[in-house]
Design a protein. Structure first.
Length: 464
């Protein structure tokens, strides 16, 4: 009875090394096989479009885990792994990525960064869009909040890439694709940016349309500053085109008779309608101020500064309200310059002569209507007359030699009277002034050239 039992006790310890050797042999044989199958499975998937792909191998059984972007793509990936030589069983743990309804993608810009959000159809699309954003936005931070989803419209990548180019033209804002429609909002970075974006949207791929475009332009700014110390008028900001630029510069030269015009204007699209019709009279109002600033922002005009006398401030406000195009707003913050020190009659005459040497009171051709461009000069003459309140002043009208003497005499008288009426309307006593016409009898230059005739057509202030 005890013999066999004793024999088995001797046999058992010998089995253990055999088991260990068998396990080692099995492991050393299986590990290379699993590694080969994993490598071949990954190689079989190189032409498939998957995300989050993972291959695990146990013996000759392969588990495939991945996100696929279509049912055909998912089946193709599983079939590719099943076809790997040596594979016995393929455990399919693939999933379709969710379908987005509607398919929404967005690019949003704030002061810090650009954020790409919503859905992208493929990993390669995400990469392409991110690279495009970095390329077109320079050093601006780009945040990726895109998810992968099915359901993108045809030619999605082309539309999104075109829109990424537009986000660089925004100071802030958002661009969204929802299925086949595009929506935009925000503020353009530069003047003309809104128009450039609108032009680019015409190149959206076939099938896409713009549902909403609420991109706003930055304020269209025009500024003018009258500096009495430097005796300059500085123009800055924007004008619509070269012809308007030339018209405004010419108006400034006419209205500002003694100031040097410093022209820093630039042409840009985006001007509000009625721009020139508002800016030119506003410059005329500025010319009547001792010192002042004109700021035109879109359809709002702000004029601030010092009028030369009380009546001028009211005239400027009233005149601007009347002259402005419809839809424009005026804000006039005007004060009155403190009166200058009184001077005697001799100094008064010298001041009149100096002013009229720099500029001329101008009239409509052949008529006695004072041209509005002369308002700035007339205000300076009125300010001077207020400094010598006891002086009697003759307003002398002169013409050139064209026409007959009687007509010239009558015209010179009417023009002298028109200036006198202007001074009285400004609040000066009528009995201080005498209007006298001299016709062409007192030329200061030859009447045989246009330049000479222009010098002879004049108004003089003579202290008597």
């Amino acid at each position: 009875m005890h013999g066999p039992f004793r024999w088995s006790n001797k046999w058992w310890p010998g089995v253990i090394p055999l088991v260990i050797l068998w396990a080692i042999a099995a492991w050393t044989g299986t590990a290379p096989l699993e590694s080969d199958l994993a490598g071949e499975s990954n190689a079989a998937l190189k032409d498939t479009v998957l995300d989050k792909t993972a291959i695990t191998v146990a013996g000759r059984d392969i588990t495939l885990s991945a996100d696929a972007f279509s049912e055909d793509g998912r089946r193709s990936a599983v079939a590719s792994v099943q076809a790997v030589p040596g594979a016995r069983l393929v455990n399919d743990e693939t999933h379709l990525v969710p379908e987005a309804k509607p398919f929404v993608w967005s690019a949003e810009r704030d002061v810090v960064r650009v954020t790409l959000g919503g859905s992208a159809p493929l990993p390669a699309s995400k990469v392409r869009l991110l690279e495009a954003a970095h390329g077109s936005l320079g050093g601006v931070e780009v945040a990726d909040q895109m998810n992968l989803a099915r359901g993108a419209p045809a030619r999605f990548d082309g539309a999104a890439l075109l829109l990424i180019d537009q986000i660089g033209k925004l100071k802030e804002g958002k661009i969204t694709i929802s299925d086949n429609t595009v929506s935009l909002s925000g503020m353009a970075r530069d003047l003309g940016g809104r128009e450039a974006i609108a032009a680019a949207l015409k190149n959206l791929p076939e099938g896409f349309s713009v549902a909403v475009n609420e991109v706003k332009a930055p304020p269209y700014i025009f500024q003018a500053y009258k500096d009495p110390v430097a005796v300059t008028l500085t123009l800055s900001g924007y004008v619509p085109d070269n012809s308007v630029h030339a018209a405004i510069a010419a108006a400034a030269e006419r209205k500002f008779f003694s100031e040097k015009v410093v022209d820093n204007l630039k042409a840009s699209v985006g001007a509000p309608s009625g721009f020139a019709a508002a800016v030119v009279p506003a410059l005329g109002a500025l010319s009547r101020l001792s010192t002042g600033t004109l700021v035109v922002s879109d359809r709002e005009v702000k004029l601030s500064g010092d009028a030369l006398y009380d009546a001028a401030a009211n005239q400027i406000r009233t005149g601007l309200t009347k002259d402005f195009p419809q839809g424009w707003q005026l804000k006039a913050d005007l004060s009155v310059k403190p009166p200058s020190a009184p001077v005697d009659a001799t100094v008064c005459q010298q001041l009149f002569s100096e002013l009229l040497a720099k500029g001329k009171i101008r009239f409509e051709s052949g008529r006695a209507d004072i041209v509005q461009d002369s308002a700035g000069l007339l205000d300076r003459l009125i300010e001077t007359a207020l400094r010598c309140p006891a002086a009697s002043i003759e307003i002398a009208g002169h013409t050139d030699a064209d026409g007959d003497d009687a007509s010239n005499q009558a015209l010179s008288e009417r023009r002298a009277q028109a200036v006198t009426d202007y001074l009285v309307k400004a609040g000066l006593p009528a009995d201080r002034f005498t209007a006298v016409g001299y016709g062409s009898a007192q030329p200061v230059a030859a009447n045989d050239t246009d330049e000479g005739k222009a010098q002879n057509r004049r108004i003089e202030f003579l202290v008597r």
